[in-house]
Design a protein around this ligand. Structure first.
Ligand code: LLP
Length: 430
C-alpha cells in the first residue's frame, strides 16, 4: 500500500492490524484505558477521602475490559443481567459493582443478589417492590441507593439527558415519594439504604448540571436527616464527563469536572451541618472513548459533479450508530496515508441501505484516497461496540486490544453462521 506513513495505535501499525484481522475493526489501546483509570485514582480517589469510582460498563464491556478495570482497582456500574453476568464470569469482585436501571427484572435482581452485587440502585417505588421480593426470596438483604431525578437540565442531546423532572429515571425529588420510601426501607428486613444517586446526562462539557443537582439533593438530605433521622452515607453523582466532539478540541481532564462537584458537596454539607457522605463517580465514556478507533476499508468512491464526493466504507451505522442517533461528529485519517495533506472534502458513508448511514459529513481527507485504503475513525471506544447491531445482516466487527506493539483479539469477528445462531425453521416450513 505505497510507502506513505502509517497510523500507529499503542505501538501497532493500524494498516497491519487491518490486514491481519480484517475490517471493520475496533481497536482499543490498553495503555490509554489504564492511563485514564490512573488519572481517576490520582486526581479523584487519592485526592479526596472516602471516595469511590466505578466504570460505567455500558460504554464498552467485554471480559478483557472487566479484567483491566479490576486490575486498576475501579468498580463497575452494570445495568442488566448481561452486564452482571459478564463481570461475574470475568471474575470481577462483585461487591464493587453497582446495579442501575429503571426496570430491573426479577431474574436480573436474583442474579444480582446471587452474585453479590454491591449496591442496587432503586429507581422507583414500583421497582422497590420487586427488589424486596427478590431479596426476600433469597433470604438476603439488598443494599440500596435511591436514584433521584434532581430536576435539572443537561446541555446535551435530549436522548442523553436524564436528570430532568420528566425523566424516566429516578424518584422525583419533589413530593413524598422519597420520604415514604426511606420510611418503608427502615421497616424492611430485606432492604438497607445507604444513600442516593443521580446521573444528570452524558457527554457533558461542564459540571453545571452536576452542581445544581448536588445543591438540590443536599437540601433534601438535610430534611431526611432532621425529619426522618436518615443520615446519607453515600452520594453517587453519576457519570457524564464529556470527551472532545471535534478534531483538535482539547480533552478535559477528570478534575475539570470533579473538582467543582467535590467543592460543592463539601461546602454544601458543611453549611447545612450534615456529614459529608462518601462520594461515588461513574465515568464511562471519559475512560474509554479516546482509547478506541475503528478501522474501515474504503470501497466505492462516488463523485457527484458539482455536488459532493461520497467515500463508502465497509461498516457504518451497524458498528457506529451514534451519528444517526445523536448527530454525533467524528473525525479520522486515511491510516495508510497518515502523512498526506488533507486536501479533499468528502462525505464518508457506511454500507447500510439507509441515507442516514453517514459516518462523517464534509470532512477533509487526502485527495489520493482510493479503494482499499484504510480509514481510521477516532474516538470510537465508547458506545460503538456496545451499541453495534446486525442491521442488513452485517456481522459485528472484531475487537482487538493493543498494548505497546502487541495485539490481542478480545472479541472475534462474527461470521455468517453466527448470524444464524439461535434461529429455528419450524417444521412446517422445512
Ligand atoms: N451512570 C449512569 C447511571 C448512566 O446512566 C450512565 C450513562 C453513566 C453512568 C455513564 O455515562 P458516561 O460517563 O459514559 O457519559 N448511548 C449514549 C450514551 C448513553 C449513556 C447512558 N447512561 C451515547 O452513545 O452517547
Amino acid at each position: 500500500m505505497g510507502s506513505s506513513k502509517h497510523l500507529f495505535w499503542d505501538g501497532c501499525d493500524t494498516v497491519q492490524l487491518a490486514q491481519n484481522y480484517g475490517t471493520p475493526l475496533y481497536v482499543l489501546s490498553e495503555t490509554a484505558v489504564r492511563e485514564r483509570c490512573r488519572e481517576v485514582k490520582k486526581d479523584f480517589l487519592c485526592k479526596y477521602p472516602n471516595t469511590r469510582a466505578v466504570y460505567a460498563s455500558k460504554a464498552f464491556l467485554t471480559m478483557a475490559m472487566v479484567r483491566i478495570i479490576a486490575s486498576e482497582g475501579l468498580g463497575l456500574d452494570v445495568v442488566s443481567g448481561g452486564e452482571i453476568y459478564t463481570a461475574y464470569r470475568a471474575g470481577f469482585p462483585m461487591e464493587k459493582t453497582i446495579f442501575h436501571g429503571n426496570n430491573k427484572t426479577l431474574e436480573e435482581l436474583q442474579l444480582a443478589l446471587e452474585t453479590g452485587v454491591g449496591r442496587i440502585v432503586a429507581d422507583s417505588e414500583s421497582e422497590l417492590d420487586i427488589i424486596e421480593d427478590a431479596a426476600r426470596r433469597r433470604g438476603k438483604r439488598a443494599t440500596l441507593l435511591l436514584r433521584v431525578a434532581p430536576g435539572v437540565d443537561a446541555a446535551t442531546h435530549q436522548y442523553m439527558a436524564t436528570g430532568h423532572t420528566a425523566s424516566k429515571f429516578g424518584f422525583p425529588l419533589a413530593g413524598e415519594s422519597i420520604s415514604r420510601t426511606i420510611q418503608r426501607i427502615k421497616g424492611s428486613e430485606n432492604l438497607v439504604l445507604k444513600g442516593f444517586h443521580f446521573h444528570v446526562g452524558s457527554q457533558l462539557q461542564s459540571n453545571r448540571s452536576h452542581c445544581l443537582a448536588v445543591d438540590a439533593l443536599i437540601k433534601e438530605m438535610v430534611l431526611f436527616s432532621s425529619d426522618l433521622g436518615f443520615v446519607t452515607e453515600e452520594l453517587n453523582v453519576g457519570g457524564g464527563y464529556g470527551v472532545p466532539e471535534h478534531e483538535g478540541e482539547e480533552r478535559k481532564p477528570l478534575k475539570y469536572f470533579t473538582e467543582g462537584i467535590m467543592e460543592r458537596v463539601i461546602a454544601g454539607c458543611e453549611q447545612a451541618g450534615i456529614p459529608v457522605p462518601a462520594i461515588i463517580i461513574e465515568p464511562g465514556r471519559w475512560i474509554v472513548s479516546e482509547a478506541g478507533i475503528t478501522l474501515y476499508k474504503v470501497g466505492s468512491i462516488k463523485e457527484i459533479p458539482g455536488v459532493m464526493t461520497y467515500v463508502s466504507v465497509d461498516g457504518g451505522m451497524t458498528d457506529n450508530p451514534r451519528p444517526a442517533l445523536y448527530g454525533a461528529k467524528y473525525w479520522g485519517v486515511v491510516a495508510n496515508r497518515a502523512d498526506e495533506l488533507a486536501g479533499k472534502k468528502v462525505t464518508i458513508v457506511g454500507k447500510c441501505c439507509e441515507s442516514g448511514d453517514v459516518l462523517m459529513k464534509d470532512v477533509m481527507v487526502t485527495d489520493q484516497i482510493t479503494r482499499d485504503d484504510i480509514l481510521a475513525v477516532f474516538n470510537t471506544g465508547a458506545y460503538n461496540f456496545s451499541m453495534a447491531n446486525n442491521y442488513n445482516r452485517l456481522p459485528r466487527p472484531a475487537v482487538v486490544l493493543v498494548r505497546e506493539g502487541n495485539a490481542y483479539v478480545i472479541v472475534n469477528r462474527q461470521d455468517y453462521e453466527d448470524l444464524l445462531s439461535g434461529e429455528v425453521i419450524p417444521d412446517h416450513l422445512r
